[in-house]
Design a protein around this ligand. Structure first.
Ligand code: HEC
Ligand code: HEC
Length: 455
């Protein structure tokens, strides 16, 4: 009996890992230190500085929001909302409100604040749902980005390049024209002035000057040597270190611990990676479950939109995703395949947080058309304010605007029985690294500006 079991297990493992016909062409191997920047060991002093900066509202124009407001340690590096409440809002996570009086937010941020797990792995060369920041050695700065030639050199990696941008967005961190210098520079499209303004704020805080000098002993000798690029590199080092989670039961299984996952999760894994059945790995490939490519899967469109307009519309409530970056109509409604690291922890799901449960977003994949047409609007997690609520479902209430989203869909309809569905969900839960279930230790108790860390 024992021997039989072993033989079965051997066969299952063998066919899972070896057979090219049945499983995705992407070789599945467990992540190693060398798969991450700095071989997984970024400089501790840079990491410490980056942690402070990530939680410090000094980076924002009105000194009222930090990176962590939308990527918090209490909400698994997201914010628990469908769409973030940017600068002007108050509170954290699902209790964050839309702000009061003239500080109130002007609009919701149009896309979901994604988790920041494992982005220090070198394979993540494209940032954002539409990939608008991307590593590209042919570009002088090393990156394609909305800043074009204004993006300075010296950025360590694409994660650092990403950190250049939230501070330039009016809704996210800069603020509205007339409110502060950072907002004015951002509104004028003068990104170098935004970065210089933040650097000047940091230079004026002696504790930061010391931290920068210690983190960059060969580059920074005095306050005037500090640039926002140094800050972005430190933030990236922190993100890469603090939010690396590659010890999930699934990763342990890949490292040879056969009993790390339950039987049901293993069955779910086979469905997920098998070409014969679900083949989720057609897009969610590899050990972090992403091909880093763009696909249209008919995700319901909620919120204010990205300013895109289908023919005959002009309110900007559509979001064309990748098409806005490439200019190709065929890329409309395509979004980058997200990693599924710690996916059970990071609801709501999708580029606009349209689905609030893992079950719902997985069911959407099995029959996108029906799921889109019957979308349940009550599941969104958004603080209510009448003028904001008024636009949230403009697209979803208009069959003419839903249709192009449905037509762009690449997914086939799949039928799963109950057992298969439960196993698939069990597998997705096996992507949770237990260490990610409580990441409060990555919250500094104070920051050098002495602005509040918690709202
Ligand atoms: C107001 C909320 C908000 C704030 C503040 C904010 N972000 Fe984000 N972040 C988002 C949203 C929304 C996206 C996705 C936008 C998109 O894809 O178009 C995002 C995307 C990202 C990504 C890319 C993730 C991926 O998988 O592509 C990283 C990394 C990130 N943010 C880090 C930061 C850092 C660092 C800061 C501070 C400098 C910051 N964020 C500030 C909301 C926020
Ligand atoms: C054709 C490519 C493709 C296939 C096949 C695919 N997905 Fe996805 N998946 C995506 C894309 C793209 C998104 C993000 C879409 C968006 O945000 O609009 C996504 C989102 C998700 C999410 C939400 C992630 C998040 O962070 O919000 C989950 C969970 C998920 N997929 C699971 C699965 C499962 C399980 C399967 C197999 C049944 C599967 N996917 C098959 C492309 C695919």
């Amino acid at each position: 009996m024992k021997i039989n079991n072993r033989i079965t297990l051997f066969f299952v493992l063998g066919s899972l890992l070896l057979s090219n016909n049945v499983y995705s062409k992407n070789w599945l191997s467990a992540p190693k230190n060398t798969d991450f920047y700095d071989n997984g060991m970024p400089d501790e002093k840079k990491v410490k500085l980056g942690e402070f900066l990530f939680f410090d509202k000094i980076l924002s124009g009105n000194q009222n929001i930090s990176c962590a407001s939308c990527h918090h340690t209490l909400t698994d590096t997201g914010d628990g909302l469908s769409l973030p409440v940017g600068e002007g809002g108050q509170g954290l996570g699902v209790t964050r409100n839309t702000g009061t009086f003239n500080h109130a937010i002007h609009s919701r941020v149009p896309r979901n604040a994604p988790p920041v797990f494992n982005l220090g792995a070198r394979q993540f060369t494209r940032m954002f749902y539409d990939g608008r920041v991307e590593a590209n050695p042919e570009h002088p700065s090393g990156f394609i980005s909305p800043a074009g030639d204004d993006l300075p050199g010296g950025l360590d990696n694409v994660l650092a390049a990403q950190a250049m941008f939230p501070v330039t967005s009016a809704e996210e961190m800069a603020g509205q024209t007339g409110e502060n210098q950072q907002a004015d520079a951002a509104a004028a499209g003068d990104l170098p002035a935004v970065w210089e303004h933040i650097a000047s704020k940091l230079r004026n805080i002696p504790e930061y000057v010391e931290l920068f000098k210690t983190a960059y002993p060969l580059e920074i000798f005095q306050a005037s040597d500090i640039s926002y690029v140094h800050a972005a590199n430190a933030i990236a080092a922190f993100e890469a270190k603090a939010w690396r989670f590659d010890n999930s039961p699934f990763h342990r299984f890949l490292r040879g611990e056969r009993h790390a996952m339950s039987r049901s999760a293993k069955f779910g894994m086979r469905l997920f990676y098998s070409k014969k059945k679900l083949h989720c790995a057609r897009c969610h490939s590899g050990a972090f479950q992403t091909d880093h490519d763009f696909h249209a899967i008919a995700m319901p469109q909620i919120g204010p939109g990205k300013g895109d307009n289908l023919d005959g519309f002009s309110d900007g409530h559509d979001d064309f995703g990748r098409a806005t970056i490439t200019g190709n109509t065929e890329d409309r409604f395509s979004f980058r395949t997200p990693t599924l690291s710690n996916i059970a922890l990071t609801a709501p799901y999708g580029h606009d947080g349209a689905y609030n449960t893992l079950e719902a977003v997985v069911k959407h994949h099995l029959d996108p058309d029906i799921s889109l047409q019957n979308y349940d609007q009550s599941q969104v997690v958004l603080p209510s304010r009448p003028d904001l609520d008024a636009v949230d479902f403009t697209v979803m209430n208009d069959p003419q605007r839903i249709q192009p989203i449905a037509e762009a869909n690449e997914l086939a309809t799949i039928r799963l029985n109950n057992l298969q569905f439960r196993s698939l969900i069990d597998f997705l839960h096996a992507l949770t690294d237990p260490a990610a279930m409580d990441i409060r230790k990555n919250t500094p108790s104070r920051v050098p500006s002495d602005l509040p860390v918690y709202d």
